[in-house]
Design a binder for this molecule. Sequence first.
Ligand SMILES: Nc1nc2c(ncn2[C@@H]2O[C@H](COP(=O)(O)OP(=O)(O)OP(=O)(O)O)[C@@H](O)[C@H]2O)c(=O)[nH]1
Ligand SMILES: [Mg+2]
Length: 309
Amino acid sequence: MQDIIHRIKSNDHLALSRIISKIENNDSLPDSFFINIYKNTFRSIRLGITGPPGVGKSTLIDGLINEILKDNSTVGVVAIDPTSPFSGGSLLGDRVRMNIHAGDDRVFIRSMGSRGDLGGLSKKAEDAGDVIGASGKDYIIFETVGVGQGEIEITNVADISVVILSPESGDEVQFMKAGLLEIADMYVINKFDRPGGNRLYNLINSMIEVNTNRNGFIPPIIKTEANSGKGVNDLFEELKSHWSLMEEKGLIQKKRIKRYKHRVNNLIKDNLLKNFWSKDKINKLDRLTQKIDTDKKSPHELAKLLLSS
Ligand SMILES: Nc1nc2c(ncn2[C@@H]2O[C@H](COP(=O)(O)OP(=O)(O)OP(=O)(O)O)[C@@H](O)[C@H]2O)c(=O)[nH]1
Ligand SMILES: [Mg+2]
């Protein structure tokens, strides 16, 4: 373990990949691993990029990677696919990107599938973020397809959440209803070359106004054409200044504390549950649930019984 920790801290991408596979597969890593790397994890800026399928998230992230490199910084990308039970290491598009940057120790790209467990995915993403952070990357970008509640939770792993929409996605209102309006620190209208960009801009603008963002400032809206690269530099500059502004107002710290508490809470929950379910209790649950038809015992009663046994 000491060896792999050392390799991660020296930015060995193979070691990063190995450990992230373990995280993805639910192979338990000792607490000492996370304790050991923690001090190296929090200098990275964590960006969440969320939006409907096909809106141009990956293309935009490619552009951001170039901007980050031009800025003499380094980056790790985690593409999270909640729809795929497992990624096998990479999604098709991401594999292409990985090849482009293969051998470049400034860029680490990785996909993660859900293994059918959306709830656990944000924990995995957060752990993977820590591993990448420990390698010393300046930025960590999480790409997630956002349509439902589970995905929104994933966006909570970021310091800044960017919501991407496009004029052609057509489901932008639906999408906003799903709660993304509450989490967006910034909006991007990608595919601005397509008709309807201005209409979408006005729509988002009016929705932001009625919602007056919880932290007293209005999320910017950036227009991009990711496949030609237009606007990508504006987006990067805006991200940097938004980061400074949020940090100055203590909002990054606030988010990080919230995330920290959430993680502690989940770790305690996992730990308590693991200790709770002894063989005896599992057997007891199996036995008692055989007779639910005749016993008519409510789940509440059964839970109480197990808790007190
Ligand atoms: N016209 C136009 N097409 C774009 C633009 N940006 C991306 N595309 C195209 O849109 C398609 C989807 O782009 P991706 O970057 O894969 O989109 P995504 O949001 O990552 O997709 P998923 O990860 O599958 O949800 C590709 O064919 C891109 O070339 C743009 O600004 N304008
Ligand atoms: Mg993508």
